[in-house]
Design a protein around this ligand. Sequence first.
Ligand SMILES: O=c1[nH]cnc2c1c(-c1ccc(Br)cc1)cn2-c1ccccc1
Length: 450
Amino acid sequence: MEIPAGLETTKRKVAHSDEHGFSDQVRVPNVIVMVGLPARGKTYISKKLCRYLKWTGFKTRVFNVGEYRREDANAADAIHGANASFFSPDNADALKVRTESARRAMEDMAEYLNNGSGAVAIFDATNTTKDRRKTIIDFCKKKRLRCFFIESVCDDPAIIDSNVTDVKVNSPDYKGLMTAEQAKEDFMNRIENYKKQYEPIEESEDETLSFIKVINAGRSFKVHQVRGHVQSRVVYFLMNIHLLPRSIFLTRHGQSEYNAMGRLGGDSPLTEEGQKYASALGEFFEEEQVPNLRVWCSQKVRAAQTASHLKPEMQTEYWKALDELDAGICEGLTYDDIQQRYPKQADDRATDKYHYRYPSGESYEDVVCRLEPVIMELERQANVLVVSHQAVLRCVLAYFYDRPLSELPFIDIPLHSLVKLTPRAYHCDSTIYAFDLETGEWSEKSAQLP
Ligand SMILES: O=c1[nH]cnc2c1c(-c1ccc(Br)cc1)cn2-c1ccccc1
């Protein structure tokens, strides 16, 4: 009997299980293993990936073998500093310390994933030999962990040079031991030592291997056997990030009628004061002359009015995803109203402000979820100004500042202030410009946030 098109029953989705018997249906902890010569951005990728995965709700931690080695080396005292000779393949003592450090890091990783409720562990080390990778694969099989390799291959001298200059010369390995020039030269020798034994990943080494090769900081990729949700999110993230210097500007709308009345949400216009801020914002970017600035604005009237003083050629785009957290049945109320009418709601919100969802409304967790595409597009872009709302900017700043989600709902975002974020290798420089309505002046505060 012919089944009308579209009504055929879909086959019951059988849980896909790979050759290790890991099925997609159960939570399989993920190990992400970095591979690459020194100064190929392994720690850069590890930190950035960890920050992104944590923000999207995966409990993630980086295990950096260099930190373990420095602990062991200090304890052993046998090895002086960690200059290039420490990394010579002929230095048996040092090799012992390095192997022991890697072993300890792997044990801690398995503990974190199997007993510490971690979802993802990132193993940040060179892992440049087939032997070392085989050890890791066997270890993960034994501990029932899913393994994904990220190899960073880079032969662009400019990128390597920026890496050594930006991060290596300040490495704890050299602290106080030598000048920046000496440190740079020593580090180039360390790289030569690693090159002697470097075996790039090849499919032939293990046909079940899941890996991505990132070539020259994302100029091209080779992806092989991606398995599961986390690995596909990781691949997607790596294909969207870039190293180009740029700034991200964040501001709330100017004061609105509802702000002045202490009312939540709504879609009210700006007050006189709010309009003053909007006009000052236009003047700020008239003077700042930020190259190719893109303007992203929520679809609320108060935000659109705030962005209306910016030059038309700045191509303002309106994103619904940037709208304020929806307070549901509490929209338009003051906090006192809520305390009177819905005391239990007020209590629940105070108990867990991040997960609390307003009836018929949203939670901060819901806002993070709808902002993920905005964050991904911010990673792709260059200079962007975001004109949005308090709850939304708390989520965006928590991402760039790497704040725990529990702290996110408490990040301070005053009205009439503009945050300029400049992402660096391992942290974010940030400048806060506060506009004073009385004097019509901007004051500036800089901070290097972790
Ligand atoms: O591929 C590199 N080779 C040398 N260095 C590098 C990279 C990358 C990198 C790697 C993958 C992707 Br997707 C994007 C950037 C970042 N960095 C870096 C540069 C300066 C400071 C800290 C890190």
